[in-house]
Ligand binder design. Structure first.
Ligand SMILES: NC(=O)c1ccc[n+]([C@@H]2O[C@H](COP(=O)([O-])OP(=O)(O)OC[C@H]3O[C@@H](n4cnc5c(N)ncnc54)[C@H](OP(=O)(O)O)[C@@H]3O)[C@@H](O)[C@H]2O)c1
Length: 255
């Protein structure tokens, strides 16, 4: 007789934001996960309100709370889609509680990178500026193109996002730029251009501009549920891993 494993307790940080609400809406499609806690900004007007209702769902009985450390006992996995400014502290709190963390917030400074390095020996931690499958594969293609085309091609990366996005270039654009450097033999300049406006969930294009030809590799997300499902899938994967620092490419399998 095999016992069915209980769903893993999920903590969503930034639960009242665009991504947080999208995560709450797609969560019912993931029977391996149950909502354990929904975190909002300390001082937020959403505190104490039912997180399901805030996402336009039936009440789920999990109110928005604001003390991450206090919310962690009994949880199995944390997804952080809040703000860069709070990410370093969230990393340290999750590491102290020995809980796997998917860091989806972007615009992260070097201080967060150091916090991640310090946390990685103790917990599985996934820095994921873009949790979509398409952007994860795009990164691999860009690395390959950079190596094949070489320094005779100039590289420019453009991102288009909704008007409320705080960071520019986007975390995805910077990650694609890093992929260009990973694929290049020598350091090379990468240009960035960011457009902000309307409601675009996330559009990226990497242009390799040569003499007489150009190669453009792009990706477009029309529904942020794509990020949310990708994050829950990657989170389930992360919760099974040994401590260490991971990236989205580690989480996908060949089909
Ligand atoms: N990895 C990916 O695939 C992906 C995809 C899309 C977006 N993102 C990134 O995810 C982050 C969130 O994006 P979004 O569009 O959902 O932004 P958003 O709508 O502004 O949501 C952020 C939420 O975090 C809350 N918050 C702020 N400080 C907090 C704290 N210290 N603790 C807990 N919650 C806090 C905010 O509350 P208040 O509104 O009350 O301040 C807000 O509800 C951004 O960094 C964005 O770039 C990543």
């Amino acid at each position: 007789v095999s016992a069915t494993a209980a769903p893993a307790g999920l903590v969503i940080v930034g639960a009242n934001g665009r991504m947080g609400q999208s995560l709450l809406r797609v969560l019912p499609g993931f029977p391996g996960l149950r909502l354990h806690a929904a975190l909002g900004r300390p001082g937020s007007g959403a505190a104490g309100r039912d997180s399901g209702e805030l996402a336009g769902l039936p009440a789920n009985g999990v109110p928005v709370s604001t003390d991450l450390a206090a919310a962690l006992p009994g949880a199995a996995l944390v997804l952080d889609f809040s703000v860069a400014e709070a990410a370093g502290s969230h990393v340290r709190i999750c590491a102290a509680a020995r809980l796997p963390l998917l860091l989806g917030a972007t615009g992260l400074g070097p201080e967060v990178g150091r916090a991640v390095d310090e946390a990685a020996p103790h917990v599985p931690i996934l820095v994921a500026p873009n949790t979509s499958l398409g952007a994860t594969v795009l990164r691999e293609l860009v690395r390959r193109a950079a190596g094949r085309l070489g320094s005779g091609y100039d590289v420019g990366i453009q991102d288009l996002h909704h008007r409320a996005k705080r960071d520019a270039p986007s975390g995805t654009a910077l990650s694609l730029g890093a992929a260009v450097l990973e694929g290049s033999r020598t350091p090379r300049p990468v240009g960035y251009a960011s457009l902000r406006g309307g409601e675009a969930a996330g559009q990226h294009e990497v242009c390799f501009l040569g003499e007489g030809e150009s190669l453009r590799l792009g990706h477009n997300v029309t529904d942020r549920a794509v990020f949310a499902r990708g994050a829950l899938r990657a989170g389930l994967w992360l919760a099974r891993q040994a401590p260490g620092r991971y990236e989205m490419a580690d989480t996908i399998e060949e089909k």
